[in-house]
Design a protein around this ligand. Structure first.
Ligand code: SF4
Ligand code: MG
Length: 333
């Protein structure tokens, strides 16, 4: 396996009312070629800010990257000029959002928008770009693609618009697709179709994918590995099977306690009592301590690091309970 993307110590800071908070507080993970990495956690945990930081799309927000690196095939995206970054965006890296209406231009025909993007990124002629636009619409299963290409976004259903967004993202054959809650706004049937489609495209195009979701059903269906975020930090990393069968971090345990089997249909992350901590007023030690059923003295004063779980280098958790030494050390709750 080859590493496609490596995020190291990523920090993103937001200025609010004169003070600054870390929405992403030193995040580490990697994505291999042809792999789907799930990024899960409750809303406000920093998932979306992480993805916007990778894409360097923070400029419409009060946020800025304040540390770390994002290495894409060995090149650090954080250090790139905006001009260079523009060449990567939409070309090597593409992103789809939850609500396609906000990313499609309402006054431009679908085909026109696809063509512009294709001409910009693949340097095709207008004629060749139009054919490629129609082919891209067909690829994502849009019926009568040669007619839809001349429609305006409002003429399509939500599911069709999301397909257009995927077509647009896929039309330049990106090596990495970042999908932020790509199916949340859609009804269950359409959602299943879109996920099937993304799965198929991933396999056919050997693309890496960062899938951001709070839906564990989507994680189970789509992901190879999973990174769990809490309060701007990674708290657990595991393969999808291990995550569901043997979660390590108490937060992850809480998330999946209502999902007894991998492919069963119970799935929102609302089951853990308490709230995500206020970024301006973070607990001193472990950020999950106020909600953790296993909290110990030590947790209140010292924050654990994200470290391999005993005897397994691939498995990581940010919890005193799962870290080597603790169980041997004999400290008890
Ligand atoms: Fe709970 Fe302590 Fe582990 Fe934090 S470090 S998750 S408070 S047991
Ligand atoms: Mg979000």
């Amino acid at each position: 396996t080859q590493t496609l993307l490596e995020v190291k110590g990523l920090k993103t800071e937001f200025k609010r009312d004169g003070s600054s908070v870390l929405a992403v507080a030193g995040v580490d993970f990697h994505i291999n070629k042809g792999e789907v990495l799930g990024l899960v956690g409750e809303s406000g945990c920093g998932k979306s800010v992480t993805s916007l930081s990778i894409m360097r799309l923070l400029k419409d927000t009060p946020g800025r990257i304040s540390g770390g690196s994002v290495s894409f095939e060995g090149k650090d995206l954080v250090q790139m000029s905006e001009k260079e970054m523009r060449r990567y965006r939409g070309n090597e890296l593409a992103m789809i959002f939850q609500e396609p209406m906000t990313s499609l231009n309402p006054v431009l025909r679908i085909g026109k928008q696809l063509e512009e993007s294709i001409m910009l990124h693949l340097s095709y002629s207008r004629k060749k770009a139009r054919q490629h636009a129609i082919d891209s619409l067909k690829l994502v299963g849009i019926p009568r693609a040669d007619e839809v290409v001349d429609d305006y976004p409002h003429q399509l259903s939500g599911g069709m618009r999301q397909r257009v967004m995927i077509a647009m993202a896929m039309s330049c054959n990106p090596k990495l697709l970042i999908a932020d809650e790509p199916t949340t706004a859609l009804d269950v049937t359409i959602q299943a179709q879109i996920l099937d489609l993304m799965n198929r495209l991933k396999t056919e195009q050997e693309m890496g994918m960062l899938l951001i979701t709070h839906d564990l059903g989507v994680v189970a269906e789509m992901c190879d590995r999973v990174v769990v975020m809490y309060a701007g930090r990674v708290v657990e990393e595991a393969t999808v099977e291990e995550l569901f069968e043997n979660p390590q971090h108490p937060y992850t345990k809480g998330l999946i306690s209502s999902v007894p089997k991998l492919r069963q249909k119970v799935r929102r992350l609302e089951s853990i009592p308490g709230n995500v901590p206020d970024l301006r007023n973070m607990p001193k030690g472990c950020k999950f301590a106020p909600r953790c059923p296993y909290v110990m003295e030590q947790c209140l004063s010292q924050e654990p690091e994200l470290l391999p779980v005993a005897h397994d280098e691939q498995r990581k958790s940010r919890c005193w309970l799962t870290q080597e030494g603790h169980s041997k050390g004999g400290e008890t709750a």
